[in-house]
Design a protein around this ligand. Structure first.
Ligand SMILES: *[C@@H]1O[C@H](CO)[C@@H](O)[C@H](O)[C@H]1NC(C)=O
Ligand SMILES: *[C@@H]1O[C@H](CO)[C@@H](O)[C@H](O)[C@H]1NC(C)=O
Length: 531
């Protein structure tokens, strides 16, 4: 009997503890659910498309003459890559009269796997489009003679916060009763103040009606309309419908967090302190003699600048010294993997990319490159590389992408640039530059170097960065290139021979296939032209 009582008591105590524990861990706030799945065009957008005004059918019969010179500039349905044919064929012809050549990229895959690859790419591409488009990308047309006044752009709210919607009003129309409706989809509408003589219905909901027989009062009330985001789904937008009898308008409210800045402490003001502002990053493979020449040349001009070295040699040697960070990677990890590792370790505002066989000279004035990045909106600026022959290259490239259909887009690369930069007569705006550039560290880290590109790669970084990197190039900051041309009286060292085997594989090799495969699948290109 006693043991039964004891058991009962224990059981009671245990269940009380359990209930308390449960209550304690029970959520005290009611959570609503949000659907963040990728989905096709939401209903409101479809609704909007249907609302696009029908073109006046009477205009169809008005004659017109096509202006080929202008109409030809409009994007066609689909794109093609065309090379230039003909021309003279003699040694160095391509150097003197560069011709445009075109390449199909699907050849990176076997014919048997191509169909499957196409389907997979199409699926990934569709997902990308759904993720990257928001209602602010939609076309909206403001109808003529609409008495509704509303903001067309620039309204923004932080997730789950409230704002006053600016600019709402209704224009004079002789009416007995003035009524407007506001409808939102990702948040609620309300009024921050109640105006005399105005009836408010549905405040705090997604559909609110305001009515009054005095227009002035209604307009006063419209100045107090608020929007509260209730569904947290950052970087999207709510499309708000605003309507009165016979008229309808739509506008978007962007919902997003502010961009969190990433600022670097650059030290006291005054002349640019290169050691505090810049880290030099390089990738080495086997060529320790060249690397040491680079380090020695840097130290002549910048004794305390940090040098980050990524090294994927098979038998790594020690590279040490003050302000040197040497990172050893698995053997043969590759060109872009090394670049990625090197830039990931940079903690200064700017990173200077150099190849391990460059030599600093008195013309390698990093201050000039820092100055242009400090004073402009550029993210990256390239310099010039002088070969042993005296030939100096900036390797400026423009990159453009023409949208295509299922086959993919067309990538066009041409030597050249877009504009000269005002105030910097030696500098231009372009899309891609040589392997010698200074860049904002956070921007290069964002774009990243695709580690799948192990050997042949350079412009791929600029292709990935197109649209987010603002690129410049200056020809008055020059670094020397340890000789690349094989002079007959200089015998090639063993390490140079092994290096060449890895670094310059033949065009038919796996490395070239990987590169074209990535352009095809990752970047959704069908073909490429360049000169
Ligand atoms: C406003 O919305 C109500 C329903 O909430 C509807 O009955 C009314 O017709 C709408 N008015 C206008 C002008 O669209
Ligand atoms: C430049 O920056 C380095 C590293 O932050 C610092 O050690 C050095 O004192 C600075 N030099 C001057 C002149 O401010």
């Amino acid at each position: 009997m006693r043991s039964l009582r004891k058991t009962l008591l224990l059981a009671t105590v245990a269940s009380v503890v359990l209930v308390v524990a449960l209550l304690h861990s029970w959520p005290t706030r009611a959570y609503t659910t949000v659907d963040v799945r990728q989905r096709p065009v939401p209903a409101v957008e479809r609704h909007l498309e249907e609302r696009l005004p029908e073109p006046d059918h009477r205009s169809a019969s008005i004659p017109y003459r096509l202006k080929e010179s202008v109409a030809g500039l409009l994007a066609r349905n689909g794109c093609v890559c065309e090379g230039e044919s003909g021309g003279v064929n003699f040694p160095f012809a391509q150097l003197l009269f560069p011709r445009v050549s075109a390449h199909s990229l699907h050849t990176a895959f076997e014919a048997s796997e191509l169909e499957e690859m196409k389907k997979r790419r199409a699926k990934e591409y569709q997902g990308f489009q759904l993720r990257s488009q928001t209602p602010v990308d939609m076309l909206m047309v403001a109808e003529a003679n609409n008495p509704l006044q509303y903001p067309t752009q620039g309204v923004e709210v932080r997730p789950l916060k409230t704002i006053l919607i600016p600019g709402l009003a209704l224009q004079e129309l002789p009416r007995e009763l003035y009524t407007v409706n506001l409808t939102s989809t990702l948040g609620t509408l309300n009024v921050a103040a109640e105006v005399e003589g105005v009836k408010v219905k549905g405040d705090g909901e997604m559909h609110m009606t305001l009515s009054s027989n005095k227009l002035l009062h209604l307009n006063r009330q419209l100045q107090f309309v608020t929007y509260t985001n209730t569904l947290f789904h950052p970087s999207t937008a709510d499309t708000v419908q605003f309507e009165t009898e016979g008229h309808q308008a739509m506008f978007t409210i962007k919902i997003r967090h502010g961009v969190t800045p990433k600022l670097y402490n650059t030290g006291p003001r005054g002349e640019y302190n290169i050691s505090a502002l810049v880290t030099i990053a390089t990738k080495t493979f086997l060529r320790y003699d060249k690397l040491q020449d680079l380090i020695n040349s840097v130290r002549r001009f910048y004794p305390t600048v940090t040098i980050v070295i990524a090294d994927d040699s098979e038998n790594p040697q020690t590279v040490s010294g003050p302000y040197i960070e040497h990172y050893i990677m698995p053997f043969g990890k590759g060109w872009f993997a090394g670049r990625n590792l090197a830039i990931s370790q940079v903690t200064t505002k700017y990173v200077l990319w150099v190849d391990d066989d460059f030599i600093f000279t008195a013309n390698t004035k990093l201050e000039k490159l820092v100055d242009i990045l400090e004073r402009t909106t550029l993210d990256l600026v390239g310099g010039a590389v002088r070969e042993a022959t005296g030939y100096t290259a900036t390797y400026r490239q423009t990159i453009s992408i023409e949208p295509g259909e299922e086959e993919g887009d067309c990538l066009h690369m041409r030597r050249g640039f877009h504009h000269i930069i005002q105030g910097f007569p030696n500098c231009v705006v372009t899309d891609g530059v040589i392997n010698f550039f200074l860049a904002r560290t956070d921007k290069v880290q964002q774009v990243g170097f695709d580690p799948r590109l192990a050997r042949v790669a350079h412009l791929e970084f600029f292709i990935d960065g197109l649209g987010s990197l603002h690129v410049g190039s200056c020809n008055d900051v020059i670094v020397n290139h340890a000789t690349k041309i094989k002079l007959p009286w200089v015998s090639e060292s063993e390490s140079d021979k092994t290096y060449a085997k890895f670094r310059y594989p033949p065009a038919s090799s796996d490395a070239t296939h990987t590169k074209n495969g990535l352009l095809y699948f990752k970047n959704h290109f069908q073909c490429l032209t360049h000169n």
